[in-house]
Write a protein that binds this ligand. Structure first.
Ligand SMILES: Cc1cc2nc3c(=O)[nH]c(=O)nc-3n(C[C@H](O)[C@H](O)[C@H](O)COP(=O)(O)OP(=O)(O)OC[C@H]3O[C@@H](n4cnc5c(N)ncnc54)[C@H](O)[C@@H]3O)c2cc1C
Length: 433
């Protein structure tokens, strides 16, 4: 194809939603995805607000017709194994969004990317962006490498949706790590676990363990369960232990999960990841905007990642479309996008901090303030982009809440991590380290 209006690096939820949004706006969008076929990804539990961007790009009916598990609620389980009343989504959401899904990401991501293609976006799989093209501090596209060799793709706007390993991170090193949210996750897939009957069986369960960690319990598709534990390194690992031993020791600390897994068998090896939360200081520079995990990653306790990727991809695409219409794709075209995403992420980030604070209790907050249950439900649903100051001022009485991590303000004429931005050399590409 000729050079597109917009180059999108990465075909995960952020990239596919951005591409769909641009295709619907009549823009030419090229997605390059380094994996040739469906690939494994963690991040299986959706929240209700995923439905809105998915409906706007015309994908929701495909999700409704899928075989993925339907999720109607979230349940919290204490360290002693006592379960909370479910937070049913239908209590505060009266439209179709009151049901959401637990998905196999390999299948979901492939479906969503194919949907972007069906809307007119071009998708090239098995093609990797190896370096941003930066001229005079302005991003002009990327060098890409695929089965046919290397080439340049030039575009007025590049949206980096490359996830945690995003090329923009390797190029600019804009990420600020979130000091209070340095965690590890250890997880596996099970069959033969015990589920509640009916719609309650599709719930995501968040089950605490002593020391501030927690288990996730996510019934995905085909009778399979995704179950993992998240904790600080020092609370999770003991020197000399195998991951199997670590898993067994963690499981012994959570009676609700241990009981329901007692007759289950694990069907895949355990996986481990360090999941340090972070946010890029800048959401954009001239010609480049970041969306999804490429912009920021937040501890997954409230399953916010895919929604933020979908909504971020959509908003970044809308900003790119407006910038192309205005003929100004400089950093300032993405200022509102950066501010909006950062403010939304800050809301759910404050709830994450509260959750980890030993002095904080959802029950106590709900007892103190009659509106707190609806505020919490709104946040669990994905309603991140509104004002929660009253709610968090109550939370602040029992939890230490963080100051903002970054405001996402775009930066003009960005310098790569190797030093000053190259100027006046049209042929030069900045290679990632
Ligand atoms: C332990 C854990 C549990 C989680 N649980 C949940 C959960 O329950 N619910 C939830 O909503 N979220 C969860 N998340 C978060 C979720 O996984 C992410 O937020 C989400 O996948 C982000 O989507 P994305 O499109 O930004 O990035 P990704 O899904 O990572 O997609 C990025 C894509 O870009 C491609 N790519 C990268 N670099 C290049 C390149 N240079 N060239 C071409 N292609 C490239 C990759 O191959 C990939 O396909 C969890 C995360 C972790 C770590």
């Amino acid at each position: 194809m000729n050079d597109p209006d917009v180059l999108i690096i990465g075909g995960g939820p952020a990239g596919a939603c951005a591409a769909s949004t641009l295709a619907l706006a009549g823009r030419t969008a090229l997605v390059i995805e380094k994996e040739a076929g469906p690939r494994y990804h963690i991040g299986e539990s959706f929240i209700p607000f995923c439905a809105y961007p998915l409906a706007r790009i015309g994908f929701l009916d495909k999700l409704k017709a899928s075989r993925f598990t339907k999720k109607y609620s979230v349940v919290f389980v204490g360290t002693t194994g006592t379960a909370s009343r479910p937070f049913w989504f239908h209590q505060y959401l009266y439209d179709g969004a009151a049901v959401t899904w637990q998905v196999l990401r390999s299948e979901f991501d492939a479906m969503l990317l194919a949907h972007a293609e069906s809307l007119g976006a071009t998708v090239q799989r098995g093609v990797e962006a190896t370096a941003l093209i930066i001229e005079g501090g302005v991003v002009r596209g990327a060098r890409v490498r695929g089965p046919d060799g290397e080439r340049e793709v030039r575009a007025a706007v590049t949206i980096d949706c490359g996830g945690r390993d995003a090329l923009s991170h390797r190029t600019f090193a804009w990420r600020d790590l979130d000091p209070g949210l340095d965690r590890f996750a250890l997880w596996g897939y099970f069959e033969g676990h015990r589920l509640d009957e009916g719609v309650a069986g599709g719930a995501t369960v968040v089950a605490s363990i002593p020391g501030g960690g927690w288990f996730w319990w996510i019934p995905v598709t085909d009778g399979r369960l995704s179950c993992g534990v998240v904790a600080r390194r020092e609370d999770l690992f003991v020197a000399g232990e195998t991951t199997e031993q670590t898993w067994a020791r963690a499981l012994a600390q959570q009676p609700w999960v241990a009981d329901r897994l007692s007759a289950a068998r694990r069907v895949e090896p355990l996986r481990v990841i360090r999941e340090y939360s972070y946010r890029a200081r800048h959401a954009a520079t001239d010609g480049l905007v970041l969306a999804g995990d490429a912009f920021g990653f937040l501890d997954p306790i409230f399953s916010s990642g895919v929604f933020l990727a979908l909504r971020g991809g959509e908003l970044a695409a809308q900003a790119a479309d407006a910038a192309l219409t205005q003929g100004d794709t400089s950093a300032r075209a993405f200022a509102d996008y950066g501010a909006r995403m950062s403010a939304g992420i800050e809301n759910i980030r404050r709830l994450v901090y509260a959750f980890y604070d030993k002095g904080f209790s959802l029950n106590q907050v709900m007892t103190r303030d009659p509106y707190a249950r609806s505020d919490i439900s709104d946040l669990l649903d994905g309603c991140f982009f509104r004002d929660y100051e009253d709610f968090f001022s109550i939370c602040a009485d029992s939890a230490t809440l963080p100051g903002p991590l970054s405001d996402g303000r775009p930066i003009e004429r960005a310098a790569s991590r190797r030093g000053a931005a190259p100027r006046g050399d049209a042929q030069r590409s900045e290679r990632a380290d």
